[in-house]
Design a binder for this molecule. Structure first.
Ligand SMILES: *[C@@H]1O[C@H](CO)[C@@H](O)[C@H](O)[C@H]1NC(C)=O
Ligand SMILES: *[C@@H]1O[C@H](CO)[C@@H](O)[C@H](O)[C@H]1NC(C)=O
Ligand SMILES: *[C@@H]1O[C@H](CO)[C@@H](O)[C@H](O)[C@H]1NC(C)=O
Ligand SMILES: *[C@@H]1O[C@H](CO)[C@@H](O)[C@H](O)[C@H]1NC(C)=O
Ligand SMILES: *[C@@H]1O[C@H](CO)[C@@H](O)[C@H](O)[C@H]1NC(C)=O
Ligand SMILES: *[C@@H]1O[C@H](CO)[C@@H](O)[C@H](O)[C@H]1NC(C)=O
Ligand SMILES: *[C@@H]1O[C@H](CO)[C@@H](O)[C@H](O)[C@H]1NC(C)=O
Ligand SMILES: *[C@@H]1O[C@H](CO)[C@@H](O)[C@H](O)[C@H]1NC(C)=O
Ligand SMILES: *[C@@H]1O[C@H](CO)[C@@H](O)[C@H](O)[C@H]1NC(C)=O
Length: 486
């Protein structure tokens, strides 16, 4: 391809499912030249998985082609912007992949483009700049009405996709380092005038995939798909100090058809938090989070939940399926948090298979979470929580089995708990503390509270949908390309 830099020549794309193809991309000239001119020893191979129709890209370039310098000191903000702008021109010509090679690439925030892959080589580290002046202020999310840390706008996210189709961030487990320490400090000292940026945000995007990378020390949330659909997050590692403020792992927000699998998260806040807007702003925006699958998640989060639903849920949360969840030293398993003024609903939540070790609560629901964007919330906007299923849970070394606290006059209903064993140690408080909740249980130890009584017919399961969601059917293609070594 004409604009392909000499050191990058895409050779092939292989293995689409079981069909092995050797489709050459780029111009035939380029390939023939490359294949004749390069010996195997001069080649570096890259492999990555990509979702669905997009995935493997026709054009490949390196950040160094755009003046990038990976010395950890030089700013690459302009290089990223130039690369994305340049590669956006081939979006409709098979799309492009930008390779970030080994090195430490300091940068301010940058935006992605359509039909685009950001590929982080194994020893590549994208380092977020700590120069606060490099972070533009962007509008608050319409479903929140304001920033969460402060009223008004918010700092840009480090890596942002806005109104895009078919975007991938992947690599050979390269790293994106938010260098959040300075932000946490400013946040704790109440020095910030705007809300901290997130490490990765996709807003109004469809067909997003994030895989095989490591995210460390985000200033705030790590991965935030918002107003988006068809999102896959697979095989990523997220690490932040367990006392860092609001370093949530993955937060699907007013998004649907989201699949999160094989992730390992250590964080200072919820490992996963599903949200959909805040009080009157979220009610007006009215965009739910629904059809969300979470499987094979491992979480460590001593002061927060493994999976939280809410507290911002004013567009509604429906059809969440969590399976095969492991947690060590976390505050609670799947936690529902809401409050009067949020409106909407949390319903059809299915959890099956949790292995928990060292927890404060196995089950926790909170109907009076508080925290409003302003005083204009509607006190008649009562959230509805119903049809929540938990089954096959083993929990060791827990302080309390459950604190289930609904809303007086608007109880949380349809709670089903089946096949749960919690080893409660050293509890000073009641093992089960239930108010304003209704449901059934079966095969649960220790014996649940009176509001969740043993079902008379000893139910043998709680509901869990057996159908596939559309996002379950998105296959991963193996893409590979090779380049001649510089
Ligand atoms: C950017 O794209 C144009 C073609 O659209 C190409 O001519 C040019 O070489 C590219 N720049 C770089 C640095 O690759
Ligand atoms: C993930 O990265 C590793 C190297 O760290 C590589 O061997 C593997 O093929 C990658 N997997 C996917 C699914 O891209
Ligand atoms: C990224 O795009 C958003 C929305 O289009 C814009 O507000 C922001 O300034 C852009 N950021 C950068 C670094 O260009
Ligand atoms: C993105 O899409 C939303 C909803 O369709 C629209 O309101 C907004 O103006 C778009 N933003 C940009 C930068 O195109
Ligand atoms: C990716 O790197 C992280 C951090 O070094 C490591 O914990 C994780 O196991 C690696 N993942 C893979 C798939 O190699
Ligand atoms: C916040 O605003 C005040 C007053 O304008 C200013 O002195 C301070 O530097 C700002 N803080 C940050 C972190 O930008
Ligand atoms: C059990 O949990 C307590 C905290 O409640 C913790 O201090 C202790 O280390 C845990 N024990 C084991 C064996 O993990
Ligand atoms: C009960 O839960 C355990 C632990 O998840 C699981 O191994 C077992 O198969 C479940 N039993 C039934 C009858 O579902
Ligand atoms: C049970 O929880 C309620 C709040 O839901 C709290 O007010 C009460 O003190 C708790 N009971 C005990 C005995 O801790």
């Amino acid at each position: 391809m004409e604009h392909s830099p000499p050191i990058f020549h895409v050779l092939m794309i292989l293995v689409l499912w079981t069909v092995v193809t050797a489709a050459f991309v780029g111009t035939a000239e380029g390939h023939r030249h490359n294949r004749r001119g390069s010996s195997e020893t001069e080649l570096e191979a890259f492999q990555y998985a990509a979702a669905g129709a997009g995935g493997c890209r026709a054009h490949v370039a390196s950040l160094t082609d755009f003046g990038g310098v990976g010395d950890g000191v030089t700013s690459n903000t302009a290089a990223f912007a130039a690369a994305v702008s340049n590669l956006s021109k081939v979006a409709c010509d098979g799309g492009a992949m930008l390779v970030v090679p080994a090195g430490r690439w300091l940068t301010g925030p940058f935006n992605l483009t359509n039909h685009f892959t950001l590929f982080l080589d194994h020893d590549a580290v994208i380092l977020a700049t700590q120069d606060i002046n490099e972070w533009p202020i962007i509008d608050p999310l319409p479903s929140y009405g304001r920033g969460r840390d402060a009223a008004g706008g918010r700092y840009s996210n480090l890596i942002m996709g806005d109104n895009l189709t078919d975007v991938v961030i992947t690599g050979n487990n390269g790293t994106i380092d938010g260098q959040g320490e300075t932000w946490w400090k400013m946040f704790r000292n109440k020095e910030l005038n705007y809300t901290r940026g997130y490490l990765i945000e996709f807003m109004y995007c469809i067909q997003v995939m994030i895989s095989n990378i490591t995210l460390v020390n985000s200033p705030s949330w790590n991965v935030h798909p918002v107003y988006s659909s068809q999102v896959i997050v697979s095989g990523i590692t997220i690490l932040a100090p367990v006392n860092s403020p609001n370093t949530d792992g993955i937060n699907p927000d007013s998004s649907s058809n989201v699949r999160i699998e094989d992730c390992y998260i250590v964080s200072g806040d919820d490992c996963i938090a599903i949200k959909s807007g805040w009080d009157e702003y979220g009610i007006a925006f009215n965009m739910p989070s629904k059809h969300i699958v979470i499987r094979r998640l491992t979480c460590i989060s001593p002061t927060s939940a493994v999976i939280a639903l809410g507290s911002e849920m004013s567009g509604g949360i429906q059809d969440v399926r969590a399976e095969d969840i492991t947690a060590i030293n976390s505050e609670s398993g799947v936690r529902i948090k809401t409050t009067i003024g949020r409106g909407a609903y949390v319903k059809d939540i299915f959890v099956r298979g949790m292995n928990l070790h060292t927890m404060k609560w196995v089950f926790w629901m909170t109907g009076n979470y508080g925290q409003h964007p302003d005083d204009n919330f509607d006190p008649k906007a009562i959230p509805m929580v119903q049809d929540i299923s938990y089954s096959n849970v083993v929990a060791e070394n827990v302080t309390m089995a459950a604190k289930l606290e609904g809303i007086p006059g608007a109880p949380f209903t349809g709670i089903c708990i089946y096949n749960v064993t919690a080893e409660v140690v050293k509890s000073k408080k009641p093992i089960w503390n239930c108010t304003d909740v209704e449901g059934v249980s079966s095969h649960v130890t220790p014996t649940p509270c009176a509001q969740i009584p043993e079902s008379p017919d000893r139910v043998t399961h709680c509901p869990f949908p057996e159908d596939d969601l559309p996002v379950d059917c998105v296959g991963l293609e193996e893409c590979s390309f090779r380049r001649t070594k510089p």
